[in-house]
Design a protein around this ligand. Structure first.
Ligand SMILES: [Zn+2]
Ligand SMILES: [Zn+2]
Length: 263
């Protein structure tokens, strides 16, 4: 009966508040208690659908404050309708959203998310990314989320993949499936070990789609982008498999002079 359901729901809500008062949720990035009445943290953590992966307002601000960026190439711009880099040249993908530039705080979170049992950190970063860019992403009509894959040997060694975890959470929030059919069939050298001019060659033809994606709009997901060579190579493989459009979502955009991340 409806009133019993309502009573149970109310009971669970008040029990939850009691538990929150006794054991307030902790921010997974700074480990401080999260204040229950904190509107920014509450909104984000409700979107995360649980206190698992909760982030406090100070950390949300620290990891997601960014300059204005071009939605086609991801470079910093003063006017989103006029990007000097995109003027007169084709872009490596159909659109890109970035949580923020690679600041110290975001770098720390991204590096933590690369370790096993750090799924909550990836989930929190993915939630922040979707919340920040929901309008743009919704306009892209995404049909599947695809993580940038690791070679199977590196995946076995690391025992986790931040891109997989980010993709899983973003797909959940966007109500679309994760498509894990993109493979890295060449064990390429780490992009951040190479000079920028050698990165395109290193990942060229390293990826292959396992089956057709005819007419699909794809959201390709990774934790860090530097030159974009890895994302461009993934996009070529997805387009070769029939994808109609490939958009990109990344947590951090590193400056080209900063040789960090997996590219
Ligand atoms: Zn925090
Ligand atoms: Zn641009």
């Amino acid at each position: 009966m409806a009133w019993i359901d309502r009573l149970q729901r109310e009971g669970a809500r008040w029990a939850g508040r009691g538990i929150d008062l006794l054991f307030p949720p902790r921010c997974i990035l700074c480990h401080e208690d999260i204040v229950a009445a904190d509107p920014i943290a509450s909104a984000n953590n409700q979107a995360a659908e649980a206190c698992r992966g909760a982030v406090c307002t100070a950390c949300i601000r620290a990891v997601s404050t960014d300059v204005m960026r071009c939605l086609r190439c991801g470079e910093a711009v003063s006017d989103t309708s006029d990007c000097r880099r995109c003027r007169g040249r084709p872009c490596d993908w159909d659109g890109i959203v970035v949580l923020a530039g690679y600041s110290d705080r975001l770098r720390e979170a991204v590096l933590k998310a690369k370790h096993p049992a750090s799924e909550d950190i990836s989930a929190a970063l993915a939630t922040l990314l979707v919340r920040k860019h929901r309008v743009a992403i919704t306009g892209w009509n995404i049909e599947a989320v695809v993580p940038v894959p690791m070679h199977w040997r590196r995946r076995a060694l690391r025992r986790t993949s931040a891109a997989d975890e980010l993709a899983r959470r973003m797909a959940l929030l966007l109500h679309v499936p994760v498509w894990a059919g993109l493979r890295r069939h060449k064990a390429t050298r780490m992009q951040n070990e190479l000079p920028i001019e050698e990165r395109r060659e290193n990942v060229c033809a390293a990826f292959r789609a396992q089956r057709r994606l005819d007419g699909k709009c794809i959201l390709l997901v990774d934790d860090v982008v530097t030159t974009g060579a890895t994302l461009a190579a993934c996009r070529r493989a997805l387009v070769a498999a029939g994808a109609q459009a490939v958009f990109v979502a990344v947590v951090a955009k590193a400056d080209r002079s900063v040789a960090q991340g997996d590219d």
